[in-house]
Design a binder for this molecule. Structure first.
Ligand code: TTP
Ligand code: MG
Length: 362
């Protein structure tokens, strides 16, 4: 097997939604632009131009707060169709250079260019070319990070922003990983970050000092990944066009369940778990299927496809209840329950319009 380092590029557009707005409306250029909810609503900032960032404004901040920081900022409603269109163009550019690209959202993707012969195998020059293609075809600016694995390539694209082209070589990788606050590691979310802080693990260096068994004790299956990334090691592959069909979780009970409310509660929990897995993989799903195995081992499934991605809200809870209507729950005891989500798509790659309520919580 070829054991030379891989060549991974992470591309991430600069101030994506805001940049599209500045491109399409010349009067917005060089000005603080905020895309998202209106300042007088309970909405939030989706993103803002770099001019607005100078005032301390950032994604997910309440729009009212952003207004206080910069009253002269221009508030713009999101136009998802325009972002989608730009996203499709950048994906078509990636496809020109490698089959192995994995979009993470509308404005972001990993590319594995290990086997490219272009530019005498220089991934940095190839990344530069991709940036130029993006600029020429979309009039938007991308930042690129280049490294030997996904985790460091993503760190690198962030380090060079805006208009970045940043390389982390195999020799530099471990040192970079040590210097990072753990919250910056891809795959370490808020909760894990907090837990690490409680254990006195603040940086990659602190993480590196933890023996694997100790990490396993606190973080279970994820321990190995954390152990590796603290050393600049990340074996995750770039998942090209391979589309996963479904994702699910099921559980067999020690004692069969008779009570319908308990069945519903278990299904809700399984759904939460499945949704968490889906989020980890940056996917969204449109079909929910529940599986029930009765005490007598007879198994039934009930499913429904929605027009919006399935999320963790009250209508999904109602859906679970609805799916149970035509079953023998309450009459027969249940030995196993399962939840499967299918009809998967990359998160953010869909219509995006459903995200509206994220910006405007009036
Ligand atoms: P990001 O790449 O996180 O942000 P960005 O492209 O605006 O800025 P940067 O230069 O730092 O990369 O997200 C891409 C787009 O996704 C962003 O333009 C708007 C949208 N988005 C939201 O709608 N809500 C959010 O909380 C975030 C972080 C992004
Ligand atoms: Mg971006």
């Amino acid at each position: 097997m070829d054991d030379s380092p891989r060549k991974i590029i992470h591309i991430d557009m600069d101030a994506f939604f805001a940049a599209v707005e500045q491109r399409d409306n010349p009067k917005y250029r060089n000005k603080p632009i905020i895309v998202g909810g209106k300042p007088d609503s309970r909405g939030v900032v989706a993103t803002c131009s770099y001019e607005a960032r100078q005032f301390g404004i950032h994604s997910a901040m309440p729009s009212s707060h952003a207004y206080r920081l910069c009253p002269q900022a221009i508030f713009v409603r999101p136009r998802f169709a325009a972002y989608q269109e730009a996203s499709e163009i950048i994906r078509s550019i990636f496809a020109r250079y490698t089959e192995l690209f994995e979009p993470l959202s509308l404005d972001e993707a990993y590319l594995d260019v290990s086997h490219s012969l272009l530019f005498q195998g220089s991934a940095t020059l190839l990344a530069k070319q991709i940036k130029e293609d993006i600029r020429r075809q979309t009039h938007l600016i991308a930042s690129a990070g280049i490294s030997y694995n996904k985790f460091l390539a993503k760190i690198a694209s962030d380090l060079g922003k805006p208009d970045g082209l940043y390389l982390i070589t195999p020799r530099q990788g471990a040192e970079f990983a040590e210097s990072l606050p753990v919250g910056k590691f891809h795959g370490i979310g808020r909760a894990t970050e907090q837990k690490m802080h409680e254990l006195g693990i603040l940086t990659g260096k602190d993480l590196k000092q933890q023996p694997l068994p100790v990490l396993q004790q606190h973080f279970g299956k994820s321990a190995r990944y954390y152990y590796d990334i603290a050393r600049g090691i990340d074996h995750r592959s770039v998942n090209g066009r391979r589309i996963r069909k479904s994702i699910g979780v099921e559980t067999t009970f020690e004692e069969d369940i008779a009570d319908p409310a308990t069945v519903t509660r278990h299904l809700q929990q399984l759904l939460q778990k499945t949704l968490a897995k889906l989020r980890e993989k940056n996917l969204e799903a449109y079909t929910l299927t529940v599986k029930i195995k009765y005490q007598n081992f007879v198994q039934v499934t009930r499913g429904k496809t929605l027009s919006q991605p399935i999320s963790d809200n009250s209508s999904t809870q109602l859906l679970v209840t609805e799916l149970l209507k035509n079953t023998a729950i309450g009459e027969k005891k249940v030995r196993l329950l399962g939840v499967t989500l299918s009809g998967l798509r990359g998160r953010g790659s869909s219509h995006g319009f459903q995200q509206m309520d994220l910006f405007d919580r009036v």
